[in-house]
Design a protein around this ligand. Structure first.
Ligand code: NAP
Length: 490
């Protein structure tokens, strides 16, 4: 099968340097690293590889720009973000092509991610002029209390590869709306989308005569090399991280030294509950949305299908039929509905997890193999009769595999749902509204989708509990993460 390349005109416009003080520049060491198309394993382009000195130069620029940017009127910050949203929207096709070229997801999903990522920019353009305070008489009646908000200061964002545009705008947009400046370190596997977006921000800032150093971008082949000097620098006031729980834990330790404000969007192990009163066809459609976006490589991917035994066979048959219609291929090829996994190690891990489930007695109802093609592919897979203790159930799969476990009572379903260190999102299909509210009380999760396989929305607070993270992104809460309050007793 032929491989649709990244359109030449998009490649020609793609910045491949480091963005420091409004200038794209090479690494101070001259080093570069390669970015690969996971569907073909071919190199898309080379990107500047930031050094520790480059990281500090980026922080210097954003620290200087902070003093100017915090003084820019909220209306001007709002209109700047709105101009970025308009330009992103106008260039959505090019952005989507870059997302697919480096991340592998089908173009339709890449377009949806660009639209979703742009929504954060629009939402925070609207919120920039709504940073409220509070004034009231103290309970003792002796004075008044006034609470005002200020930007926390220069911020550092570390983003993952699975949503290279949305995870970047979810941090950059609220930071800029609040009056903060930001250094961003994109994932090594997907630095190109962030660079394309940052170029849009750079152009808009330059056209409006605003400080060039508001946003810096430091792609690197070594996350530690750039992160350690930035995190150790007292000018940094905020760290926002999206990625694995393991790396989040170690970053929290580094952030403790500087007493940094932190936002942590970490791993998940989402339960997808189907009760005996569910609309099973709707549950199958919800499962497709919750499981198969980005070939299962999302933090909100349904990881465990917990299904009442009375409807388990109907649900499994529906899922096998729906997954069986999916077309695996290059994300830019016409008709593809499932792209590759991000790298070879990801395919190895999924293969091991499926083998471990089968060892513990699971049946492979669909898939369970690598398709015979170049690239990092794994077939959509449905497993039934999966042991509750199998690693397929207890670990984040990050691949197109749906393990089905059965339960008989609501209490058992809740116990299974909560039997994990994670608590990012859960999904439940039931026609009983009282049960929906009971689940919201009982399930340890930051988000719950009722009769829906998707919850993400720029205007809603996204985030988890337990080992899934700290803080929220999106909605009003996402802006508060970049604001300090000052209380005046008058
Ligand atoms: P990851 O390995 O933790 O990497 C995430 C980011 O952290 C990358 O930019 C990575 O850089 C960087 N990083 C790695 N080690 C670091 C270190 N020692 N110091 C500083 N930065 C470091 O996670 P991933 O594999 O990219 O992403 C998958 C994970 O992210 C999954 O667990 C998923 O659930 C989670 N996730 C969570 C959310 C959410 O909102 N809760 C959203 C998306 C993904 P390199 O690229 O150079 O390694």
């Amino acid at each position: 099968m032929s491989t649709p390349p990244l359109p030449r005109e998009v490649l020609a416009q793609l910045p491949t340097g480091l963005l420091v003080d409004g200038q794209w520049r090479p690494s101070s060491t001259g080093a570069t690293f390669a970015v690969e198309d996971p569907a073909t394993t071919e190199v898309v382009t080379e990107v500047a590889d930031a050094s520790a000195d480059d990281a500090l130069a980026a922080l210097d620029a954003t620290s200087r720009a902070f003093e100017e940017w915090r003084a820019v009127a909220p209306r001007e910050r709002a209109e700047t973000l709105r101009a970025v949203f308009d330009r992103m929207t106008a260039r959505a096709e090019e952005l989507a092509a870059v997302v697919t070229a480096e991340g592998g997801k089908p173009l339709a999903e890449a377009r949806a991610e660009v639209a979703y990522g742009a929504e954060y920019v629009r939402w925070y353009s609207e919120q920039a002029v709504r940073i409220d305070g509070l004034a009231r008489r103290a309970p003792a009646g002796t004075n008044h209390q006034v609470v005002m908000h200020k930007p926390v200061g220069p911020a550092y964002a570390i983003t993952p590869w699975n949503f290279p545009i949305a995870m970047a705008t979810r941090k950059i947009a609220p930071a800029l709306a609040a009056g903060c400046t930001m250094v961003v370190k994109p994932a090594q596997l997907t630095p190109l989308t962030t660079a394309f977006f940052a170029e849009i921000v750079r152009e808009v800032l330059a056209e409006r005569g605003l400080p060039a150093g508001v946003l810096a971008v430091v792609p690197s082949s070594s996350a530690r090399r750039v992160s350690e000097p930035i995190l150790a620098d007292p000018r940094l006031r905020k760290l926002s991280f999206t990625g694995s729980t393991e790396v989040g834990r170690s970053l929290l330790k580094s952030a403790a030294d500087g007493i940094l404000r932190t936002s942590m969007e970490l791993g998940g192990n989402a339960p997808f509950l189907v009760f005996e009163d569910a609309d099973v066809e709707a549950a199958v459609q919800g499962a497709l949305a919750a499981k198969m976006r980005n070939a299962g490589q999302t933090c909100v991917a349904a990881n465990r299908f917990l299904v009442h035994s009375a409807v388990a066979e109907d649900f499994a048959a529906g899922l096998v039929a729906a997954f069986g219609k999916l077309v695996v291929g290059h994300g830019a090829a016409e008709g593809t509905s499932v792209g590759p996994l991000i790298e070879a190690a990801a395919v190895d891990k999924v293969e091991e997890l499926v083998a471990a489930a089968v060892d513990r007695g699971a049946s492979v109802r669909l898939g369970g193999e690598r398709p015979d093609r170049r690239g990092y592919f794994y077939s959509p897979t449905v497993l039934t009769g999966v042991d509750r203790e199998a690693p397929t159930v207890t670990e984040e799969i990050f691949g197109p595999v749906a393990p089905i476990v059965t339960f008989d009572t609501e209490a058992e379903a809740i116990e299974l749902a909560n039997g994990t260190e994670y608590g990012l999102v859960a999904y439940a299909f039931t026609r009983d509204v009282n049960r929906a509210f009971r689940l919201a009380e009982a399930i340890e999760t930051g988000m719950l989708g009722i009769n829906r396989g998707m919850v993400s929305d720029a205007s809603a607070p996204f985030g988890g509990v337990k080992s899934s993270g700290l803080g929220r992104e999106g909605g009003e809460a996402g802006l508060e993460e970049y604001l300090d309050s000052i209380y005046l007793a008058i």
